[in-house]
Structures are given as C-alpha cells and as structure tokens.
Design a protein around this ligand. Structure first.
Ligand code: NDP
Ligand code: NDP
Length: 316
C-alpha cells in the first residue's frame, strides 16, 4: 500500500507502533517493523546506554526502518540525540515538549521527524517547526496525554483541516474497524499503543499484560492533570490519588504520593497495586496476548474488510 506515510517511512503498511515507556524495547519495535509497520523504541524510560543497546539490538533484529520516540522533557535528551545520530536511526517521534528546539537539528542530520500533539495550537507550532508529519493523539489514549480531553473523533478532522502535512491518528485505535474510522476522518496512518502492550514481544511485565487483558469498560481514567495528565488503570494507587482529591490536596501532596518510578514499578516490575499502569480505553477490547505480527496483520485485514463493507452501505 502506498500513501504519504508509507512513502515517508518506506514501510509496507500505515501502522505505527507507539513508543511507550517500559513496554516498547527493541524486541517489540523490530517485530512490528519486520511485520511491515513502523516499530518505535520508547526512549523515555531508558538511560542513554540502555537506549544505545536497544538501538543496536533492533538493528540486528530487522533490516527494515524503525524509529525512536523521544519525550522532549527527558532529562538526558542531548545524550539521547547524540546516540540516535551516531547510530543512524532514520526516524524520531518527539513528544511532550516544544518541537521548535530540536526539529531542525535532527532534520539537518538526515532524520525524519514526527511530533505528537493533542491540540491544534501545538499542531500548528510543530508544522511551523518543520516536522515531516504529525501524530494527533486523542483523549482515549493511554499514558501521558493532553489536558483538553479532545477525543480522537474530534481531534483528527480538526488537525486535518488546519494543517497540510501527513497525519497519523492515535488514541482508541486497537482494531481494524477503528483504523478504518481514523482513515475516514482524514488520517494517513494510525499509531497504536495499548494493543501492542499485550503482545509476546512487549517488554511490559506479565502481570501488567494480564491486567490489560482483564480490563473492561470504565477500567481506565485520565487523572493527575495538575502534574502530567495520564490515563491509567484504576488500582490501589489510583484510589489513593482519588482520596487526595477528596481532601482538596495540594499539587505538592499529589507529587509526593506519585513519588519516583511508579510507572516502572507497575508496568515493568508488575506491581499491580501500587504501580502506575498506563493504558488506553481500548484495553476493554483487548482479550488475548498475541504476537505483534498478528496485530499488524489483523489491523490491515479488518481495516480493508470494514472499508469495503461500509462502501456497500449505500448501494442497497
Ligand atoms: P532482556 O530481556 O535481554 O533483559 C532484561 C533485562 O532486564 C535483564 O538485564 C534483567 O536483569 C532486567 N530486568 C528484568 N526484570 C527487571 C526489573 N524488574 N527491573 C529492572 N530490571 C529488570 O531485555 P533487553 O536486553 O532488551 O534489556 C536491556 C536493558 O533495557 C535492561 O536493563 C532493561 O532493564 C532495559 N529495558 C528497558 C525498557 C524500557 O522501556 N525502559 C524495556 C525493556 C528493557 P537481570 O538479568 O538482573 O534479571
Ligand atoms: P519518574 O521521574 O517517576 O521516574 C523516572 C523513571 O525513568 C525511573 O523509573 C528511571 O529508571 C527512568 N529513567 C530512565 N532514564 C532516566 C534518566 N536519565 N534520569 C532519571 N530517570 C531515568 O518518571 P516517570 O516514570 O513518570 O516517567 C518516565 C519518563 O516518561 C520520563 O523520564 C519522561 O521521559 C517520560 N514522559 C513522557 C511523556 C510523553 O511522552 N508524553 C510525558 C511525561 C513523561 P530507574 O528507576 O531505573 O532509575
């Protein structure tokens, strides 16, 4: 399949695997790239030397293009960028920060740059900064997210209308039906996170994968907007956050409860009670652990089937 995104990344299918802290190491990224999508290593939870080793392993596991997701608020960002350039990673997805700061530098080093946004203001800023494509991530998405609560259904057409570069839709997309819907809204490709957490190749702890499979309707909430808004599974840690809200706690008290390394504790070490378990609303539709390649294949075949069935809707 050829369109602006498959051409930009030199990939077979318009499916990007979201770069997720603690869940998307080299194994997942290379499996998705080998399956014809674009795999991303989530650098946000990696110390520079760890990122380097994941890039090296990814290069030996696939000869297809892959990328790195780099949250711009990461403390060692300059070291990460040096490693990305040294190791000749072809594609970088930046998020959580100002795209004006690093886009030209990365592009001058031959890297394709994509920026993740959750509102129109940042979409325009990213386009002005010269990024090659945008990810428009809606309210349904897991993990860190925008404060505006704009859903994917509302965000994607808005961004499509007001920007002129290739567009990737994210948030709530874990099936071929949702992928078809996103393409109908004007996206050129989809970015899928949560569905790839529950795969054999994801580096998430088995306990976390199991809890994603068990999650149902209403199991997640976007919370902690005062600090960094995050959609997570409701667990003991979430309940403690809600108790603080009921007491009108200050931002400092919330930050103290959050502490350091909660996400690692939950998603990588498997502490389901006290860890932060970042996942999207689409978890309610995920019922089994499958290989990443199967996710890519099912997304493509169900998307094609849906588009063709819907096309017949008005012909009868
Ligand atoms: P491997 O499966 O080869 O290695 C797993 C590594 O993770 C081992 O070194 C193991 O240490 C370590 N590990 C296992 N469980 C934990 C835990 N609960 N807390 C901390 N470390 C743990 O994967 P890679 O070769 O891909 O991993 C290389 C490095 O990257 C590791 O240091 C790992 O922690 C890190 N990593 C980071 C990810 C992220 O998103 N930030 C994702 C995946 C890995 P031991 O041998 O002592 O058990
Ligand atoms: P915390 O401050 O609670 O903890 C930092 C975690 O990141 C620790 O688990 C630590 O591992 C690991 N880490 C990896 N590299 C470094 C480093 N250079 N310095 C310090 N810690 C490092 O952060 P969170 O777990 O809440 O968030 C983790 C990361 O997620 C953030 O560093 C940020 O990059 C990213 N993030 C992304 C966003 C986005 O993309 N929208 C928004 C917000 C955060 P260890 O325990 O082994 O020391």
């Amino acid at each position: 399949m050829r369109n602006s995104i498959t051409e930009l990344f030199q990939i077979e299918y318009p499916i990007i695997q979201g770069g997720m802290i603690w869940c998307s190491g080299w194994e997942l990224a290379s499996a998705v790239s080998n399956a014809g999508g674009l795999g991303l290593i989530g650098a946000g939870s990696m110390y520079p030397e760890i990122l380097k080793s994941h890039i090296i392993k990814c290069k030996s596991a696939t000869d297809k293009p892959f990328g790195v997701n780099l949250p711009l608020l990461y403390p060692d960002i300059d070291k990460h960028i040096s490693i990305i350039i040294e190791e000749k990673v072809p594609i970088v997805f930046t998020s959580a920060g100002n795209p004006g700061k690093y886009t030209s530098f990365l592009k001058n080093n031959g890297i394709t740059v994509v920026h993740v946004i959750a509102n129109l203001k940042f979409a325009k800023k990213a386009e002005e900064a010269g990024v090659d494509a945008l990810v428009a991530e809606g309210f349904e998405a897991g993990g860190h997210n925008g404060r505006e609560e704009t859903t994917t259904m509302s965000l994607v057409p808005l961004i499509r209308k007001h920007t002129n570069i290739p567009l990737i839709a994210a948030g709530g997309i874990g099936t071929g039906q949702a992928m078809a819907a996103a393409l109908c809204l004007g996206a050129d490709a989809v970015q899928v996170g949560s569905r790839f957490v529950a795969t054999n190749e994801s580096s998430a702890h088995q306990n976390f994968k199991n809890s994603v499979i068990k999650a149902g309707d209403g199991s997640t909430e976007l919370t902690l907007k005062e600090l960094t808004p995050v959609r997570l599974l409701k667990n003991n840690f979430y309940n403690k956050v809600q108790e603080l809200y009921q007491k009108d706690a200050s931002d400092e008290e919330l930050a103290e409860l959050l502490g350091r390394g909660r996400a690692k504790k939950g998603m990588f070490e498997g502490d389901l009670d006290d860890g932060e378990l970042e996942i999207g609303q689409v978890a309610a539709q995920i019922n089994e652990l499958i290989p990443a390649k199967q996710v890519v294949n099912e997304l493509m075949s169900d998307c094609r089937k849906t588009l063709s069935e819907r096309n017949n809707l008005f012909n009868n």
